[in-house]
Design a protein around this ligand. Structure first.
Ligand code: GTP
Ligand code: MG
Length: 202
């Protein structure tokens, strides 16, 4: 694959895993771009694809293990990619689910440096009830967001179209980008959309 010079991968490195606290004093305040979605939607895989790294974010075999806010510094471009904890893990208790809400609500409500959120929707499963609630919450909060459909290398053309239609309805005009971390489809487009959000022009 030949990369156009204007869409190089993010050069990211893991900085910190933060649970229910403010950024440590030692961490620079920089624009933040959060990536959220249900457990197993393909967040870690997408992060790795955006950065063209195999194991920057651990691709979990046991879903729902990510409980903290994971900060990745994008070097040279000077912003953080923030991997939010996944919601809707089937085996999580009610308590864990509401813990998730608390962590993410608090982060998105107070984070002054948050420039935007990429919401991932599973391209095979389609939007879940929790995805719908998350997007509605974002719309109410006035935060900028876009929706990335994941795993579009899977399924048939008509299955993909069905998911696409549901996501278009849900997005209510926000950008929708179809991606596959496995094939690389849509990754450059998503990277560009993220850069625009970070710069405040998206
Ligand atoms: P948690 O951190 O556990 O909540 O999951 P996650 O959202 O980070 O998902 P992860 O990247 O760990 O991927 C979950 C599963 O989906 C793994 O088995 C991946 O291999 C698979 N997967 C992720 N992205 C793709 C994709 O683009 N195509 C296909 N076919 N599978 C994918
Ligand atoms: Mg993960």
């Amino acid at each position: 694959m030949i990369l156009k010079p204007e869409t190089p991968p993010f050069q990211a490195k893991f900085i910190a895993s933060i649970v229910g606290q403010e950024l440590p004093e030692t961490m620079a305040r920089l624009p933040e771009l959060a990536i959220g979605g249900r457990s197993n939607v393909g967040k870690s895989s997408l992060l790795n694809a955006l950065c063209q790294r195999k194991e920057l974010a651990r691709v979990s075999k046991t879903p729902g293990r990510t409980r903290a806010l994971n900060y990745f510094l994008v070097e040279k471009e000077d912003f953080y990619l923030v991997d939010l904890p996944g919601y809707g893990y089937a085996k999580a208790s009610k308590e864990e689910q509401s813990q998730w809400r608390l962590v993410v609500d608090q982060y998105l409500a107070s984070g002054e440096d948050v420039r935007g959120i990429v919401v991932l929707v599973d391209g095979v499963v389609g939007p879940s009830q929790l995805d719908i609630e998350f997007v509605e919450w974002l719309q109410d909060s006035g935060r900028k967001f876009l929706i990335a459909i994941t795993k579009v290398d899977k399924g048939t053309q008509s299955e993909r179209q069905k998911v696409r239609n549901l996501v278009n309805q849900l997005s209510n005009g926000a950008p929708v980008i179809a991606t596959s971390s496995a094939s690389g489809f849509g990754i450059e487009k998503l990277r560009e959309a993220i850069r625009k959000l970070v710069m405040g022009v998206g």
